[in-house]
Design a protein around this ligand. Sequence first.
Ligand SMILES: [Zn+2]
Length: 475
Amino acid sequence: MASEPTIQFLGAAGSVTGSRYLIDTGSAKILVDAGMFQGDKELKERNYEPFPIPPSEIDAIVLTHGHLDHVGYLPKLVRDGFTGKVYGTKWTNKIAEIILLDSAKIQEMESRPRKGRKGREKQRNVQVTRAPLYTSTDAAQAIFHLQDVPMDKEFEVVPGIRATLRNAGHILGSASVELNLTESGKRIVVSGDLGKAGHQILLPAEAPPPADAMIVESTYGDNHHEPDDVAIAKFVNAIKETIHRGGTVIIPAFAVDRTEVVLRQIGELMKNGTLPPTPVYVDGRMSLSVLDLYRAAIAEKDPSLRPLQGNADPFNPVGQLHEVRSWEDRMDLAKKRGVIIVASSGMASGGPVVGHLAGRLDDPNNTVILVGYQGEGTPGRALAGGAKRLMLDGRELLVRSRIEHVGFSGHADAEELISWLAKAPAGKTYAVHGEPEQAEGLCRRIRSALHRPAAVAKFLERVQVGRGTAEQQVA
Ligand SMILES: [Zn+2]
């Protein structure tokens, strides 16, 4: 008799980042996602700990989507001996390429000793920093392993494991993963990150198939998003009032998808006259590269996208969009007032938004609009919590600008997660990718609304895929 397959939670268990789940059938080991831990020091430290199994023992990797907390650990795995293929949708792989090269640059920069003011004298006292987690060369090597697979078409991951990717509506190319383990007849479904059903550009997530074990994200597992009209009204008021008093609006936005959603929203609101025509600046090399990918997918009429009307650039319908492509552009922008700046990163923990905040946060005429999830320990979280002083890039800043938090989340909320899960029967369900209270809240809802066993996945815990609904259907 074939041995029972197991799932081991190697990340995003009790935390939001570091998604990586090891599926072991007894004859093959594959990883779903290879994410980097982000957030506070303790979480980041996990990236440097030895991987729980030798990477050479992993036969293949399947990616749900291109966000750093799902793909950012790939170069480390490849450098430490992983030699297999990494499967993802075309857009996931293109996004992963951009993300990994950017991440490698950040690692290299952070590990470089900082030059002191007094040159040589200070150099001698410089702290020895550790080697980067990986380099640009490692990232390039990892990219070489990426293999495109189409949505909705079953493929062989390794002999004995077949997979199908289905639109998850979270970011361009994002998917849920169905894994069919042919020896045991078991089926495991990994939700990946699930998008909000009302996403401006992407179609809602496809229904999952029945599963013996389900791994579901829980970022907002116990929360309700504010209704779209409430969020938009808040967004419009904050922008209008700020522009009216001559201030500037700064929107920290994740380079992937949030930037597109924010630009689309602003463009539509200016087109229908709700917002006055105002110059909008997008700053961030990565944001602009991903914006070009979204434009390409729209031009190709990718089936995961909502049909968009008209031939105009969907992100620039009224001609107010400016792309910050050079240092000079950024210097010019620093002098401007009465504009809207959309810059990465989304939690203000790095990227060009840090410079914009540093230069403008002490001005009460300005407004910072937070539009997405703000991880624990990040400057964005501190701003959302009403901090009056903020440590940013080694400097303490006074926060005098108005701070608004608008729910343009890229994740399904509790109700949407339950309605997605309700679309197919499943055996035991494990909540991942959520802070503990969100994950526990989702499990309570699953037990009471769907009458299914549910548990919060624990970091490094290994569970057996027991007898579940899919098995009964497959048998
Ligand atoms: Zn994501």
